[in-house]
Design a protein around this ligand. Structure first.
Ligand SMILES: [Zn+2]
Length: 322
C-alpha cells in the first residue's frame, strides 16, 4: 500500500469515529476541539487519553502511547501494521451490523471451550491465525439480545438473516468467519447442515487484497483449508468458498499475471478434481497460468495438515502440480 492509499484510508476513517465505534466516550472537552477520556489501551482510572479529532491523532498521558488511526488499530487489536490495515479496510467495508455481530462472536469464542476444542480438532490452534481470520463462535440464543440494545431493530436482524422469522438466532453452535459482506458459519453439531451463509452474495475471494500481489496464489475451496495453509506459513492463499466461483471471483483471479495453484478437495468421487480441471481450463482461456494440485485421495488441505502433513510435503505437492 503506498503513501497515497494510506492517506486515503485515514481520510475515510476519522479517528474519532473509529474510537466511538469501539465504545470510547470523551469525558470532557478541551480547548481547540480536543477531547479527553479514559484510555482504551491501558487500565485507566482517570481520563488520560487525549484525542484531536481535527488532526485524527491521539496521545495517552498514562501509557505514553500516541499516533494516528493506524497506530491506534495496531495497539488496540495487538496486531502488526499490515494486519491493522486489513482490519481497518474490513471495518470500513463491513456494514455496522455485520461488524458488531463479528465482534460479539469473537468475544464468545474464548468463553466456549467446545468451540476451541472444535478448532483444535480441525488442526487450528494458532492465536495469530484466529486473530487474522477474526474467527468467532455463535453459541445461539444471545446475539439478538446483544444487538437490539445497540439500536438494531428486530426487523433489521431478520432481514439480514441473523435472526429467524420466529425470532431466534440463526447461527447456533457454529464457528463464525466474517467475509467481506457475509458471514460463514460452520456447525459443530452433525445434526445441523454443516455450512451456512447469510442471504446474499458470498462476495469475492477471501482477503483477496492481501494476496493479489503474490506472483503465485493458492486457491482452496474451504475456509478451514485456508486456515490450515495460512497457519503452515503459506500466506499466499485465498478461498472461493465452494468450487463454483462467481463472476467477481473469476475476474479477481484474472486481474493480473500470476500462477494459480488449485488445491481443491480430492473427493473419492472425483468431484473436486473435476471442478479444478474445468476451472483451470477457464483460467487458461483468460491467459492465467493454472496448475492443479493433487492431494492424497480423500484429503482436502485442512485434513492433509490435520493428519500430519507439513509445509515441506505440501510444497512438494505444489512443485508437482500440473
Ligand atoms: Zn493509555
Amino acid at each position: 500500500m503506498n503513501r497515497q492509499a494510506l492517506d486515503e484510508l485515514k481520510q475515510q476513517i476519522p479517528l474519532l469515529d473509529y474510537l466511538q465505534a469501539h465504545d470510547w466516550q470523551p469525558a470532557r472537552p478541551l480547548s481547540r476541539g480536543r477531547l479527553m477520556g479514559l484510555c482504551p489501551l491501558h487500565q485507566d482510572h482517570a481520563p488520560s487519553f487525549l484525542v484531536d479529532p481535527r488532526k485524527s491523532l491521539f496521545f495517552c498521558y498514562g501509557c505514553g502511547r500516541g499516533g494516528d488511526l493506524i497506530r491506534f488499530a495496531e495497539l488496540y487489536h495487538q496486531v502488526k501494521f499490515p494486519q491493522a490495515l486489513a482490519l481497518l479496510r474490513q471495518w470500513l467495508g463491513l456494514p455496522p451490523l455485520l461488524w458488531q455481530t463479528t465482534e460479539f462472536y469473537r468475544m464468545q469464542l474464548h468463553c466456549h471451550g467446545e468451540a476451541i476444542a472444535y478448532l483444535q480438532q480441525r488442526g487450528i490452534y494458532s492465536s495469530e491465525l484466529i486473530e487474522h481470520m477474526r474467527i468467532g463462535y455463535a453459541p445461539g440464543g444471545c446475539l439478538r439480545g446483544h444487538l437490539m440494545p445497540l439500536g438494531f431493530p428486530l426487523q433489521v436482524l431478520r432481514q439480514a438473516g441473523l435472526v429467524t422469522a420466529a425470532g431466534h438466532d440463526t447461527y447456533v453452535h457454529r464457528v463464525a468467519f466474517p467475509l467481506e459482506e457475509n458471514l460463514y458459519g460452520r456447525s459443530l453439531s452433525v445434526s445441523a447442515p454443516a455450512h451456512r451463509f447469510l442471504p446474499g452474495s458470498k462476495g469475492g475471494l477471501y482477503l483477496w487484497d492481501q494476496v493479489r500481489h503474490y506472483p503465485e496464489v493458492i486457491l482452496v475451496e474451504g475456509l478451514f483449508d485456508y486456515a490450515a495453509l495460512w497457519q503452515a506459513g503459506f500466506h499466499n492463499v485465498t478461498c472461493s468458498m465452494g468450487t463454483n466461483l462467481n463472476a467477481r471471483q473469476l475476474r479477481q483471479l484474472c486481474d493480473g499475471s500470476r500462477t494459480i495453484y488449485l488445491a481443491f478437495d480430492a473427493d473419492p468421487n472425483g468431484s473436486g478434481q473435476k471442478a479444478a480441471q474445468s476451472l483451470a481450463y477457464r483460467l487458461t482461456e483468460h491467459g492465467v497460468i493454472a496448475r492443479t494440485v493433487s492431494l492424497p485421495e480423500g484429503h482436502d488441505p485442512n485434513s492433509f495438515f490435520a493428519k500430519g502433513g507439513d509445509a515441506s510435503r505440501f510444497q512438494s505437492l505444489l512443485e508437482e502440480a500440473q
